[in-house]
Write a protein that binds this ligand. Sequence first.
Ligand code: AMP
Ligand code: MG
Length: 318
Amino acid sequence: MLRENNHEHKVNQTRREGRIGLIANKYLKRIRAAPGKKIRLDDFSTDWAQERDLKDAEKEAFKEKALKILDENRAALASAQELLWASNVYSILIILQGMDTAGKDGTIKHVLSGVNPQGCKVHSFKVPTEEELDHTFLWRFWRALPNRGEIGIFNRSYYEDVLVVKVHPERLRNLPPGKIGKKFWNARYEDINSFEQHLFRNGTIILKFFLHISREEQKKRLLDRLKDDEKYWKFSLTDISERQFWNDYQAAYEDAINATSTDLVPWYVIPADHKWVARTLIADIITTKIRSLDLQYPQITDEILAKYREAGRQLEED
Ligand code: AMP
Ligand code: MG
């Protein structure tokens, strides 16, 4: 009985997941920051390059199809996560970075809405506390890593420590004396690469997404927040002051991506001017990744199976 259920589960899963990976695979070359190559963010679309070539009617049909695939991915992600949990070997760490309003929170809400909350932990990282500043910059992230079998999401991450503080080095605190220059930042990239390699070698699969929006789209989204009293809470005056440093941030992102996109842990530069594009791509990449691990439900011996059947028979007669 157990085996039949398992088989049925697999057949249904395959049927549901028929289109998983289609979108991401098709566009992977365009959105993956090739390790060892210098990328320029300007070469990556914030829109969806192909979309511009489509006529309006086709665009709508395309969007509809993408949203359906997002739905299928959500369902597939839920079953993939169950398998991740049951097999208890790997964990998944999803890193979301992007400028203010890039859509980090919305992505978490929409992509992971079907996943069992017990196997999924979200951490949002803000300006470090005094206690956090009394440790090395990786400390607070160590403590937040997902357990085996879990999906962990970092809404902002240790990358802030080579982004916001690279743009504003005066915010670095309690460090041994020394020049804050190229060497200092290279050492941080090196620390991050070693940290990620260590995690990877021990079963943590890391997926890093940069939600790439245009400056114009950010302006639109900030204005939206200011026009809608139900969106005021999302607005912060620092969003406007940080916007003045747009080019510095883009440069810091470019440097960070170039220094830390590796074969084992690459960066994906996700076109994020359209939320549905970003969400569909990210869901597709996560699901495809978990499925590629080729996980198995824990095997059961014939001896134990016979005992389970006997227990079931006794229960029926109860
Ligand atoms: P939000 O994501 O809108 O809640 O904002 C969180 C804020 O915390 C952002 O302005 C980040 O730049 C800031 N932040 C996150 N990590 C760090 C860090 N390590 N050092 C300084 N600021 C940080
Ligand atoms: Mg904010």
